[in-house]
Design a binder for this molecule. Structure first.
Ligand SMILES: C=CC1=C(C)c2cc3[nH]c(cc4nc(cc5[nH]c(cc1n2)c(C)c5CCC(=O)O)C(CCC(=O)O)=C4C)c(C)c3C=C
Ligand code: FE2
Ligand code: FE2
Length: 391
């Protein structure tokens, strides 16, 4: 039997307050997260934005105990998945590859090679594909594979996304049902799916399937939930965690919460739909910031469904996904990262940044103006980015 390495992809999070600045720098250095027409500006801009944002981020991480629990939870998920697969007779070892913090993707690949793994199954811990998450991690793995003949020789099967997998849908519906049953008026409790947002241009210009997958997933969860509860519930889907001045997917969670409050909704059950582990966006943003907004808007019972973490139905679902991928055809990284539209993924490859041939020059000039404005704002502490809440 082949020795299988299950490579779990996630974003990573700062474990201590001093990690916040370097973690943000890694994140904003990724062209999949901030798309610039001029590659030379990526690192200086990443430095600037991470420097300017780190105060706000540190405050958020302090409020949840001084660091992100993401590594601890992801490693627990990895252990439980490994033992589930071994119980099912698969000679599996799981590895965690974070994109912006420890344990980095490169070190996970190093471990896979050192352990003599014979085939790899890549499983992103993001149920929905986005250019900014799974896409970015697949790209990172592509780079490592190109640079490393030993890694390139290993057969690889990638799971692109799994937003509609029955194990995942059942686990989500089960957790929501438990919360609904604890409500004062279970049949009228309003289910509020809060998905992590992405800039609108990712979906509309670059062809990111993220929004479609989120919408389909919420519909499947609602269907399963109605079966479990025996009644349908009203529901809303909105997008959280917007960063920066550009337009993101709408409705924004904060606006949707205010609207529901105005409509007189009393009991709200918030479901963090794009996350499978507790982290800053659930523990700080939903539990503290959005709770406050909803309460001010008149919602009297604000409940939040816990993230899946090591929920047994969920772990079994992950094990099924791995087994199904092993039984299926080889899916390489190029196939996994492919977008439905034929677009150049990187803005540096002149992705959708303009309308005519001279746009590249103008984009470069605009970027320089923006960069100078950043510098000025850094020196003075005032400017549009502070006003927009980016910094
Ligand atoms: C489905 C999940 C996620 C998507 C989509 C996503 C896109 C995205 N994120 C940023 C900016 C930031 N993300 C940050 C942290 C963070 N984001 C996710 C998930 C998704 N991001 C996770 C799991 C984490 C780590 C959380 C932790 O516990 O540490 C941060 C840092 C935190 C903060 O300062 O708010 C930033 C910044 C962008 C710009 C983006 C899409 C382009
Ligand atoms: Fe956030
Ligand atoms: Fe994020």
């Amino acid at each position: 039997m082949a020795r299988v390495g299950v490579l779990l992809l996630n974003l990573g999070g700062p474990e201590r307050i001093e990690d916040v600045g370097p973690f943000l720098y890694n994140l904003f250095s990724d062209p999949e997260i901030i798309r610039l027409p001029t590659p030379a500006l990526q690192k200086p801009l990443a430095w600037l934005i991470s420097t300017l944002r780190s105060g706000k981020s540190k405050e958020a991480y302090r409020s949840i105990g001084g660091g992100s629990p993401l590594r601890r939870i992801t490693e627990q998920q990895a252990r439980e998945l490994q033992s589930r697969l071994r119980q099912e007779g698969v000679d599996a070892t799981s590895y965690v590859a974070m994109r912006y913090w420890h344990p980095f993707t490169e070190s996970a690949v190093g471990d896979i090679k050192a352990d003599g793994v014979e085939e790899v199954v890549v499983l992103p811990l993001y149920p929905h594909f986005s250019i900014s998450t799974s896409g970015s991690s697949f790209r990172e793995l592509q780079r490592l594979r190109h640079a490393d003949p030993a890694f390139r020789r290993l057969p690889i099967r990638c799971i692109r996304s799994w937003y509609d997998h029955p194990g995942y849908i059942n686990a989500m519906a089960g957790l929501i049902a438990r919360e609904i049953r604890n409500c004062e008026a279970p049949a009228s409790a309003h289910i509020f799916f809060s998905a992590h947002g992405v800039p609108k241009s990712y979906v509309e210009e670059a062809g990111d399937p993220y929004q479609k997958e989120i919408e389909a997933c919420a519909a499947l969860v609602m269907e399963r939930l109605a079966q479990l509860l025996g009644h349908p519930n009203p529901s809303t889907l909105a997008y959280q965690s917007r960063v920066g001045p550009v337009e993101w997917l709408k409705p924004y969670t904060e606006d949707a919460l205010r609207e529901l409050g105005e409509q007189g909704v009393q009991e709200l059950v918030v479901v963090p739909i794009s996350f499978v582990s507790e982290h800053i966006e659930t523990l700080e943003e939903i539990d503290i910031e959005y709770r406050e907004i909803a309460t001010e808007a008149g919602v009297s019972h604000f409940r939040r469904v816990p993230a899946l973490d090591t929920d047994p139905t969920f772990i079994q679902g992950l094990a099924d996904l791995v087994q199904e991928a092993m039984a299926g055809p080889e899916v390489n990284l190029d196939m996994a990262a492919q977008l439905p539209k034929k677009v150049k993924l990187y803005p540096q490859d002149k992705w959708a940044w303009g309308w005519n041939n001279s746009s590249e020059v103008w984009n470069g000039r605009l970027a320089m103006v923006g960069f100078s404005a950043f510098l000025l704002e850094l020196l003075t502490g005032h400017g549009p980015l502070h006003a927009l809440g980016l910094l």
